[in-house]
Design a protein around this ligand. Structure first.
Ligand code: NOJ
Length: 569
């Protein structure tokens, strides 16, 4: 009893600290100095990430229900080359091999997500619990722990049960709050004795904007200027509810943490001496990360969002704002529902002021009154949107520190892609990207930002949503042409291993040798990969040709025997 109240008091204190007032971010201070040699604090956690739909495959196996992604990808024209995640990396079957890869890299943690319809096929807890799905995640968690790898588990990485979309309209409907809470509660009940880090939502910006505003992602709806705000409103409520459920029912027993993973790219004012550009950059960040982080840390939407969307709704002749409103009770319920902040970060933009006259086509994008620009000199090896801008990472981390009272941060995603056709495992650009981004994170820690762990995105090449398999983010290359989906290490595996074993960048001489050493190993992997189609053919010979020939032989012998016997009779 006493223990419980001490724990509660401690928690209240942590909350007060977590939601303490924000400081001002100094926009003018942008120090892009040279490389910093040094190491991370002891106990810093190194990991890699994945998500259920992107890697598991087995989309209709062992009682799994359909998710909105299963349904979306099977509609023609939604995904590049009409790719699907039906089998993807076959992670459902190959997780033991994958844990061995993690073990070899000496990862401290692995971030993965639980597929909601794999354990609740209709989405509803009171309808049917799929024990085979539960067993899969139990096996995965147990094997990770046996290998001393801490699981960081995301509850929602975009794969809503299709039934909930069809019956209720998915995140447009407030009933998702309770259904998601039931699902989360089941996960705490079944896995929480072993899982201590929970992420409620992955990148809610994407769920809301790409799912309900632009329609590029499942469920593919285009409810311009409203859909994203409504979805986000329900997601924030659902996050808060799940945090309270954990806090009330599980925290004292299980002693874990519940956070959310927000993706945020950095927005740098085009002209740092121009106040309008600074304000536009701030709006970019508030409409991106602040949309979710400000309610969670401070209890309500950023003032700038309320002002802009409210004003534009008025100009449209609407009586109320398109941005929904939290009641006073909801505000205090939502405020402080964060034990740690997960951050996904990949790239940056330059931002300048741009007016969008209201009434034309109102949308989330035009509500912000800004334009995004890029520097053509920024390297962009893979995805069209992903430019390597390492200094933006440190800026973002410092921004988070000042805005949200220096919360505990786990980097839940950071990485770079290459195009499908690239079969070169000597991924020099990725080593450079990791080196520079991780170094900027180290500088941010020296600035006083409270970063506790880093998750490279991603462990394996996988299904990159509407881009299908055309973009590869993996440390490991997956040969999707081969039905066994073999994994091959890219050079960056070796490089990341060195960062992990040195816990940072010990000194110039050593760090400079890492790339050379990594490149030495990848040429042999390149040869193996080149031989893969041959191996594939050989497998085909053993699996198809030999059994067919044998069956034919048996048949022929039988016929021959029949003739022989007939002749005798
Ligand atoms: C963020 C998403 O969470 C992840 O699923 C995706 O693969 C990466 N961005 C790269 O686009």
């Amino acid at each position: 009893m006493l223990q419980q109240s001490i724990l509660k008091m401690y928690h209240m204190l942590a909350l007060v600290l977590c939601v303490s007032a924000s400081e001002d971010f100094d926009w003018t201070k942008n120090d892009r100095r040279s490389f910093y040699y040094g190491t991370f604090p002891t106990g810093f956690s190194w990991g890699a990430g994945s998500s259920a739909y992107q890697t598991e495959g087995a989309w209709n196996i062992d009682g799994k229900g359909m998710s909105i992604w299963d349904s979306f990808v099977h509609k023609k024209g939604k995904i590049i080359s009409n790719d699907t995640g039906d089998s993807s990396c076959e992670g459902y079957y190959k997780f033991k091999d994958d844990i061995n890869l993690m073990k070899d890299m000496k990862l401290n943690h692995y971030r993965f997500s639980i597929s909601w319809p794999r354990i609740l096929p209709s989405g509803l807890k009171n309808e049917h619990i799929n024990e085979k799905g539960i067993k899969y995640y139990n096996d995965l968690i147990n094997m990770l722990l046996d290998n001393k790898i801490t699981p960081i588990v995301t509850l929602y990485h975009w794969d809503l049960p299709q039934m909930l979309q069809e019956k209720y309209g998915g995140w447009q409907n407030v009933s998702m709050v309770n259904y998601f809470n039931d699902f989360a509660n089941l996960c705490f009940e079944r896995f929480g004795n072993r899982v201590k880090y929970w992420v409620t939502f992955n990148n809610p910006w994407s769920i809301a904007v790409e799912g309900y505003e632009t329609g590029e992602h499942a469920p593919g709806l285009r409810i311009k200027g409203r859909g994203a705000y409504k979805a986000a409103h329900h997601i924030i409520k659902a996050h808060a509810k799940v945090w309270h459920t954990y806090d009330m029912q599980w925290r004292s027993k299980q002693k874990g943490l519940v956070g959310i993973s927000l993706t945020a790219e950095w927005g740098e004012p085009v002209d740092i001496t121009n106040q309008r550009d600074i304000e536009a950059a701030e709006r970019y960040l508030q409409f991106y990360m602040g949309w979710f982080a400000t309610p969670i840390f401070h209890g309500d939407y950023p003032q700038i969002m309320k002002d802009y969307i409210g004003r534009k709704s008025g100009q449209q002749g609407l009586g109320t704002s398109r941005l929904p409103v939290f009641s006073p009770q909801e505000k205090s319920y939502i405020k402080g529902t964060c034990d740690f902040l997960g951050l996904g970060h990949f790239t940056s933009r330059y931002i300048t002021q741009k007016n969008y006259p209201s009434g034309l086509e109102d949308s989330y994008f035009s509500d912000r009154d800004l334009a995004e620009l890029v520097d053509p000199q920024w390297p962009d090896p893979g995805s069209e949107w992903l430019y390597s801008v390492p200094w933006g990472f440190r800026r973002l981390l410092n921004f988070v520190k000042t805005q949200y009272g220096n919360p505990m941060i786990y980097i839940t995603e950071n990485g770079v892609s290459e195009k499908m056709l690239c079969t070169d495992l000597c991924d020099d650009w990725r080593m450079q990207y990791f080196k520079d981004y991780i170094n900027e994170m180290l500088k941010a820690i020296k600035d006083g930002v409270n970063v506790k762990g880093y998750t490279a995105w991603s462990l394996l090449d996988n299904f990159e949503w509407d881009e299908g398999y055309s973009e590869r983010f993996g440390l490991y290359y997956v040969d999707f042409r081969n039905k066994n989906k073999p994994r091959y290490p890219k050079a960056s595996v070796q490089y990341y291993k060195r960062i992990i074993s040195s816990n940072g960048f010990p000194n110039q001489r050593e760090v400079e040798s890492w790339k050379r050493k990594a490149i030495e190993t990848c040429s042999s992997s390149n040869q193996l990969l080149a031989a893969d189609p041959l191996i594939g053919h050989m497998e085909m010979v053993t699996e198809i040709v030999i059994p067919t020939v044998c069956t034919l032989c048996i048949l022929l012998s039988a016929v021959f025997l029949m003739f022989l016997l007939r002749g005798r009779l």
